[in-house]
Every structure is written in C-alpha cells, then in structure tokens.
Design a protein around this ligand. Structure first.
Ligand code: ADP
Length: 397
C-alpha cells in the first residue's frame, strides 16, 4: 500500500510518499512560496539527488498538481500511475474536542474543521486548502486527517481548564488543547516499547524544536501538556514567548500603543530565544553567540533550560513520579549541550546521566546510565510515519 502524507502550510506544502509494506519513503519534497514570487518545488526520490523545479504556483491546487507530476515523472518519479496512491494522510492541526483520534475525511469532517477555524485561524485554513486540492486533483482516493491536538484529548478537566469564568469555556471552548500530539504519541509509543510495554508507565516527552512542548503521559494517555488553546503557551520557543503573566498584555498594549495584531506579533514572532538574545531564533546560533561571550544569548539559553525544568518538575509531581523522559525534535535530538544542562539538574529524580552516550545526534539511544532510577532517551520523532500508519490503519478497516 502506498500512502501520500501531506503537511499543508499557508505558503508551503511538504509531502512524503510511503510504501507501507515496509514503511520506506519512496520520495519526499517541499513546495515553497505558494502564491508568492519565486515559488519552487524541491523533490527528492529515495537514494537519488534532489530536483528543483521552478514554476508559478499560485495556489494549493497547482502545488498538488506539481507534486503528482513529480511523483509520476519519467526521470525522477517513483510511481507509474496515479492509481498507485492508495490513500492520502493529511496533517490537520486543530481538532478541537471533536477529534480525539485520526479519522476518514468526508464533507462533515471538512465542515467541522471549517467551524474550528476560529480556534486555529492560522493553521486550519491551509489544511483545508490542501484537502480540497486533493479532492479535486486526486479524486476518489480516501483521505485521513491526523490532528495535532487529538492525542491530548485524554487530559482531565483539571489539566485543560483555565482559571477563567467557566462560561467562557462553555461559550468559546476556551481551554487547553495542546499540540505536537502526533510527535508526543510517536515517541511515547516507542518509549513504552523500549520499556517492554508495561501495563503502567509514567513518561515525560520533551518535543524541543522551533516550537516546543512537553507532555505528561501516564499509561499511554496524556495527563497534561504545556501548549494551550494555541501553540503559544508553555516553554520559551524560537520566537514565541511561552508562559507570561497575562497582565503584561494590557500593560504593553498601552505603553507601546499596540493593537491586538501588534501584540500577537510581539508574542509569536519577536519573543523567545530571538527576543531575549537579540541574535536569532535558532538554537545553534544562540549557542554559538553565548560561547563567544554574548551575555543575552547565554541568558536566553538559561531561560530555555529553566522552562523545560519547570515543566519536568511539575509533571513528575502531577504523575507522582516518572519512569522515563524522552527528548525529541530538532533541539531534543541534536542539542547535546541542552540535554546535558537539563539532565544534570535532574539528579533529584534519581537520574544518572550518561555523558558519553549523550555525545551523539539524531539517533535513538538511552542517555541515562544502567540502573538510573529514571531512564532518559533520545527518540527521533517521525510525525509523517505516524500519519502514514494511521492512514493505513483507518483505510484498511
Ligand atoms: P520545527 O519546529 O520547525 O520542526 P525542528 O524540530 O527542526 O523545528 O527544530 C529546529 C531547532 O533545532 C532549531 O532551533 C535548531 O537550531 C535546533 N537544532 C538543530 N540542530 C541542532 C544542534 N546540532 N544543536 C542544537 N540545536 C540544534
């Protein structure tokens, strides 16, 4: 079975075609600058060089058309006929409380996703565009939606309710939803496998990338997570501020004369590692600047570490213990210094950190010593594969 996985952004479209018989990737690629000047498709068939295709790509329909053409191409294609694509799995972002698991996409699902646009005005519209483009360009192929919020739907009310008047929860579904669910699910399933699939387990998964979030997962079910109604809450991120005293909003809006959009831009695009360091939103740049003596960059690293530690401590307390901690995503998989700085502060949990094992990048490995009370792992995430697996399972039913 061949499954095409799509991740549609407002001006980009990432894709991977999987052969689900052995879960291998046949080809992957990225369409950039949809609707903008300089739009471009980069296509990479497995084991071959990347091909760059420049073309006018005014919308998602044309983007899908180009992706299909690249997959079918005589030279760099990997399939002979469009009919070889058995299903399409879409990364769909916000599923509200409606979608607690992945589902087959039909008109009702699309209508519900459209209703949920109020909760995810930036993320859901491009997903819907990607779905509609597939309906038009690859008609009749079953499609599955895999929501970023779904895995977190097991949270109890005490984790998802904010301390605001209850009527706002009732009126606007204002609550914590959490994001990166597909990644937290992928790495926590793998972690439980490594632990021998015990009946009971307490795992803290740390997805640390440009966007970062932690999840507390007890017996395979999310108990709490650091992102909230939107992906702005929680840890300090590349350009996002994470947790704030909410009173800062009216204060800054008044002092700086910011309107709602201006305030949103400050919190989402100008804060985080970038905002504190003034150097970059990219962890590698900030580490480099700190090593060269930039004090603000050094403080930004400290703040990042501290917010992760704060949540690990909170989640260990909430679950009354923790069996394993998992690091994943760009920083979690590659950032040796970040992992070291965090783990060295967790001796109180009984973690014996293995510095030698930690001296690696992007591979699955245990970075705690044998006998460590809490085990620590690096587990590379693979959201696309998780989407492909869900898609295969759902359409096989
Ligand atoms: P996204 O959330 O966009 O998917 P990623 O998961 O790819 O992001 O993570 C990007 C982050 O990973 C960047 O801050 C980058 O600096 C960081 N990163 C990548 N490689 C390293 C490394 N070797 N050391 C530290 N950080 C790294």
């Amino acid at each position: 079975m061949k499954v095409l996985v799509l991740n549609s952004g407002s001006s980009s479209l990432k894709y991977q075609l999987f052969n689900m018989d052995d879960e291998s990737v046949l080809a992957k690629g990225l369409v950039e600058k949809i609707g903008l000047d300089g739009s471009l498709l980069t296509h990479q068939p497995a084991g071959m060089d990347k091909v760059k295709i420049e073309a006018a790509i005014p919308n998602h329909n044309v983007a899908i058309e180009l992706v299909i053409a690249a997959l079918l191409d005589e030279k760099h294609g990997v399939i002979k006929d469009m009919k070889e694509i058995d299903a399409v799995g879409h990364r769909t972002v916000h599923g509200g409380t409606t979608f607690s698991e992945s589902c087959l996409i039909n008109d009702d699902v699309i209508a519900e996703m459209e209703r949920l646009v109020t909760l995810a005005p930036l993320h859901n519209p491009p997903c819907i565009l990607g779905i509609k483009a597939c309906q038009e360009k690859i008609p009749g192929v079953p499609m599955v939606g895999v929501f970023d919020t779904a895995f977190h739907q097991t949270m109890p009310p005490a984790s998802y309710l904010y301390g605001l008047p209850y009527e706002y929860y009732e009126k606007y579904q204002l609550r914590r939803y959490g994001f990166h669910g597909t990644s937290h699910r992928f790495v926590s399933i793998r972690c439980r496998e490594i632990l021998g699939n015990p009946e009971h387990s307490k795992i803290i998964t740390c997805h640390l990338g440009n966007g970062s979030s932690l999840a507390a997962i007890k017996d395979g079910k999310v108990q709490d997570t650091s992102m909230g109604l939107t992906p702005l809450e929680g840890l300090l991120m590349g350009t996002r501020c994470g947790d704030l005293d909410p009173a800062i909003l009216p204060f800054l809006m008044e002092k700086e004369g910011l309107d709602i959009a201006g305030m949103n831009t400050v919190m989402n695009k100008k804060s985080g590692l970038l905002g504190i360091s003034g150097v970059s939103s990219d962890m590698r740049d900030v580490e480099e600047a700190a090593a060269a003596g930039n004090e603000r960059a050094a403080i930004a690293l400290e703040v990042f570490k501290k917010t992760v530690l704060r949540y690990i401590g909170a989640y260990a307390a909430e679950m009354d213990g923790v069996d394993a901690i998992v690091f994943t995503a760009g920083i979690g998989e590659n950032g040796k210094a970040v992992r070291k700085a965090i783990c060295e502060n967790l001796t109180y949990l009984g973690i014996e950190f293995d510095e030698e094992a930690n001296d690696c990048r992007g591979k699955e490995i245990e970075i705690s010593k044998p006998g460590s009370k809490v085990r620590v792992f690096i587990i590379p995430t693979n959201e696309e594969l998780m989407i492909a697996r869900d898609t295969k399972e759902i359409i096989s039913k």
